[in-house]
Structure formats: C-alpha cells, structure tokens
Design a protein around this ligand. Structure first.
Ligand code: CA
Length: 358
C-alpha cells in the first residue's frame, strides 16, 4: 500500500498516533462541536451572532469543524453555560462575562464596566493593551479559553415606569441589571436582579421587577419591552460597549490541529466586529419604530444623576479590585488603559462627535 493511499484510507473521524506518542489529527478528521448560549435561540444580534460564529467556523474550516448551536434552555439553562463548557458538556459557549461574577469577580471587566471603555476601546484593550492575556489567565482556572465574540456598542439606560429625576427615584427600585452596573444600583439604594434575557418581559409584566435594562433599541424592540414600561432612558452608563464572549473548552481546543485553532479564534474576531456593525446599522431604525409607532417616551438621565452614578461607579469598581488578587491585576490594567484611551479620545472621537453636532 502506497503512503498516499494509506492516509486516504484512514478516513474521517480517526486519529493517527504520531512520533513520540503525540496524537496527530489528520487533515480529514472531523470535529463535532456543541455551542450552548445564554440567548434565546435565534435572538436578533446576540443569538444570530452566535449562529454566525458557528457557521463561520464550519465554512472557514471547510466543514472539518461542525458547530451546532443550542439556544438558552435547549441543552442547559442560560446561566449554566459557563459550567457546561468548563466540564466539557459542550465544547463552546456564547454569552457575556459579567454573568459569571460568581465564578470570578474579575470576569466582569471583560463584559462591561460602568463609565468604562466603549466598544472601540474594549477591543483596543483586549487585542493590543494586554486585556486578552489577563482574561485567558482567569478563565484557564476553569478549563476555558475566552474570546471576544460580539459587541453591542453603547447600550440604553433602561425601561422604567416612573421618571428618574434624582438618585432618590432609584431607591427601592427592583431592576434587572447585571454585573457591576447592578452593584452601582445597589449603592444608589436600588435592588439589582440578574435575569437571563428570556425572562425579562414576563418579570416586568408581572411586577416581579419594577424596571429593566436589556441592550438597545434593536434588541429591546424585539422583546416588546415598550408594552410593559413607559419611559426609555439613555445613555447606558452601566454598559458603554459590552463585549460578548465565546468560551471554548480547553481540552477540545487543544485537540484541534493548529490551523483549526487559528480558524476558531479568528472566526470569533470576525463576529466580534460584525456584531458591532450590525448594532450600529440597526439601532436607529428600531428607535424610530419605538418612538414613532409605539409612542415610547424617550428620556435622558439628568446630568446630576449621571454625575452621581459616575462617582458611585468609581467606588464600586475600586472595591471589586480589592476583593482578590486577580481582580486587582485586571482593574489596574483596565484603569490605566481607560485613562489613556480617554485622553486620546477626548481630542479625537469625542471632539469629532461634538464638531459634527455643532
Ligand atoms: Ca444590558
């Protein structure tokens, strides 16, 4: 049998034992992966972003990796995605890092920080400012490899059934708001609740919560939140450019040949950018529908409220940094990058936005 025929004859799904006992996957080995997500199946932007990631990995690998996507509750409940991928029930997951603060406080920095980095700055920090390495180190303890895989841009402040004129109006308010933003609300006298997206509408409708934030016009319109709340506030001080994540089981990733590893990571990068482009393209049309068709009362938080929330946010974020070594390390890097990004963006992006609005 010629060597060429031998390799051909090995066929799909097989593993060749290589030199020195290392296992080498041949070019025809097929990998079947499951991707569990925290989003309702096919939910616009978030769920479809996860679908795009799966399709892209399959297409870029020429079908060598097949990824099947599971919406929230199809395989595991939304908030069990992290554990499911960590233990290998699924090879991949798609969600947001602030859902896992119970696993690691520092994880929250990789989704959204109140008054923190916007989308452009998050990508700068992660890809060129040392953020990615810190994220990888933290998730390594959970047998996971993280990747940025989507960004919503600046979110909206949320849906309320009363006007927010001062910080007092937040007192006693039971609001769905995840991560560090929730901690800030608590500091302002409110009660933060963490709920997966699919449970927001009914919770607000039943009165289990008084207010909610979700994402922005494109996603909030899809959930019909305008039917159960009167006022739609901006800006999303608590989520200035939320990074969505892909998590990959370390063992499953290590089993891939190098070229497929590169494909998986770069497919995440493509989706990270593409999702932000989608939100940028769709948000304003959705806002138009909310305001003009559904008569939503659009309101800006008063400057006095925003200033106080900013102060509380700085306190909350600095306190997280004191909780453990990893959080302190991430906070130090994040803070340094934010100061530098702000100095540059004050005279570039922000100055331009101002010029355009004159
Ligand atoms: Ca949100």
């Amino acid at each position: 049998m010629k060597r060429r025929d031998f390799i051909k004859g090995v066929g799909a799904g097989s593993i060749l034992a290589g030199v020195g006992g290392t296992k080498l996957a041949n070019a025809e080995t097929k990998y079947k992966w499951k991707m569990v997500t925290t989003w309702p199946k096919n939910f616009p932007g978030l769920g479809t972003g996860a679908n795009n990631l799966a399709k892209l990995i399959t297409a870029m690998s020429g079908g060598r990796i097949q990824v099947k996507v599971y919406g929230a509750k199809e395989l595991v409940p939304p908030f069990e995605v992290f554990d499911a991928v960590s233990r290998g029930t699924a090879e991949m997951g798609h969600g947001a890092a602030y859902y896992w603060k119970g696993k690691s406080e520092a994880a929250q920095f990789f989704a959204a920080v109140p008054y923190g980095l916007n989308a452009q700055e998050m990508n700068g920090w992660l890809y060129h400012g040392g953020g990615m390495k810190l994220w990888e180190d933290i998730y390594a303890d959970f047998n996971l490899i993280p990747a940025a895989a989507g960004n919503t841009g600046v979110q909206m402040g949320g849906w309320f059934n009363k006007e927010i004129k001062s910080l007092k109006d937040l007192q006693g308010l039971k609001m769905r708001i995840p991560g560090l933003g929730g901690e800030v609300l608590k500091r302002a006298g409110g009660t933060p609740v963490s709920l997966p997206g699919g449970e927001i509408y009914t919770s607000l409708q039943s009165g289990a919560i008084d207010a909610t934030e979700w994402v922005g016009p494109y996603n909030d319109l899809a959930f019909g939140l305008y039917k159960v709340a009167k006022f739609y506030y901006y800006p999303g001080w608590h989520e200035p450019g939320t990074t969505l994540e892909a998590i990959i089981n370390k063992k499953a990733f290590a089993a891939l040949p190098k070229d497929l590893q590169i494909i998986v990571k770069n497919a995440c990068k493509v989706v990270n950018q593409d999702m932000l482009a989608e939100y940028t393209a769709r948000n304003n049309a959705a806002l138009h529908t909310l305001v003009n068709k559904h008569k939503v009362n659009l309101k800006a938080f008063p400057d006095t409220v925003l200033k106080k929330l900013s102060k509380l946010s700085d306190e909350v974020v600095a306190e997280v940094a004191k909780k453990d070594k990893a959080s302190n390390k991430v906070y130090t890097s994040f803070r340094k990058f934010r100061d530098q990004a702000r100095a540059w963006h004050d005279i570039s992006e922000a100055a331009y936005m101002r010029a355009r609005s004159l």
